[in-house]
Ligand binder design. Structure first.
Ligand code: KG4
Ligand code: ZN
Length: 333
């Protein structure tokens, strides 16, 4: 099919993003970050909704202009339907619906986590089916078995915190500003990952747990700071490297188990945490050891972005899976 032009909007959390995709090719992917949350140490839902309202028109306008596509040429409008912050989702969904109605073109609702997985299909090399995807973001941690673009099964998931939360909460305990994940990554690059040992939770099957790690870090810091008030500043890089090493090994050990159980050796990672350099290096290392073929989306397609919504919408468009104008967004999956 040629001439399929899709505008996609992503507004599930604190990034307002719009992307234009033509015949499966991403021509633009504009992302407006919201710095307003930094001073609060986490995303404030009400402020996120307001920032989305301010950003959405200029972001969509820029995405169309950069792609050289006029809105009257569009074949469909896609939006993130779930999961996410409900107020944020409502801004994107209302905008998408209004535009679809005004242009009299189909609407496509997209699941945010499915889109993170399909970010692997934006650029070459692309995995073939079936493959396993470790989807790690601020809200989710899942191992997904992908049998087709629209045929996915969650075979393992977190029972408490998500991997991104584990990074952000650890960072907060260490004293780093929000969002801490990328900062832990930055400091870890200069540190010794084996210097401090944190426990690995013994969770059966393919599920994850990160809440015990958070508690272990809390007590570890309390004990050491009682002995030496300058402990954190003098050992920051080693602490970050050791925390990151534990989070990464928890993730990788379950991925190894999933590969052994399913017999699938095509492995990908997706979601915001897949931007982590320790996880990327570990995937390459494990791939060599276990004879995996591995795939990681380009950095800008790992964290929240509308290009992944657009590629998912493209598969849905080809399959004729459209949403009705009364489709409602949902905070949960
Ligand atoms: O997928 P994403 O952009 O948003 C959600 O859907 O949640 O993921 C955001 C999460 C945050 O927890 C952030 O700290 C984490 O991804 N993150 C990282 C890195 N870059 C983003 N965590 C560790 N290392 C990074 N380099
Ligand atoms: Zn996400």
């Amino acid at each position: 099919m040629t001439g399929v032009k899709i505008l996609a909007i992503e507004s599930s959390c604190d990034e307002t993003s719009a992307s234009v995709l033509v015949d499966g090719m991403v021509l633009s992917n504009i992302i407006a970050n919201q710095s307003v949350h930094e001073q609060y140490g986490g995303v404030v839902p009400e402020l996120a909704s307001r920032a989305h309202q301010e950003n959405i028109v200029p972001v969509v306008d820029t995405a169309l202009k950069k792609a050289g596509v006029d809105m009257t040429e569009l074949s469909a409008i896609a939006f993130t339907q779930s999961p996410g912050l409900i107020g944020s989702l409502l801004v994107g969904s209302c905008f998408a619906k209004s535009m679809a109605m005004a242009l009299d073109i189909p609407l496509i609702g997209v699941h945010h986590m499915q889109a993170h997985v399909l970010a692997n299909f934006i650029e070459d090399p692309k995995p073939s089916f079936p493959f396993l995807c470790l989807t790690v973001s601020g809200g989710h941690t899942q191992i997904v078995q992908c049998n087709g673009p629209l045929d996915m099964k969650v075979i393992g998931e977190t029972m408490d915190d998500a991997a991104g939360e584990a990074f952000d909460k650890s960072a907060k305990l260490i004293g780093l500003p929000y969002p801490g994940g990328p900062l832990v990554d930055k400091h870890a690059k200069n540190g010794d990952p084996k210097r401090f040992k944190f426990p690995e939770p013994q969770i059966p099957g393919l599920n994850f747990s990160f809440s015990g790690l958070k508690t272990a870090i809390l007590y570890f810091l309390q004990d050491n700071k009682a002995k030496d008030p300058a402990f954190v500043e003098n050992n920051l890089d080693d602490i970050c490297a050791s925390v990151q090493h534990r989070i990464v090994t928890i993730l990788m050990n379950k991925l190894v188990k999933a590969s052994e159980e399913t017999g699938i050796r095509q492995i990908s990672i997706a979601g915001g945490v897949s931007a982590n350099s320790g996880l990327r290096a570990a995937l390459a290392e494990y791939a060599a050891k276990y004879d995996w073929q591995y795939y990681i989306p380009k950095f800008e397609y790992c964290t929240d972005n509308a290009a992944m919504i657009a590629i998912t919408a493209y598969y849905k468009y080809l399959a004729g899976e459209f949403a009705s104008l009364d489709a409602i967004p949902s905070a949960r999956a």
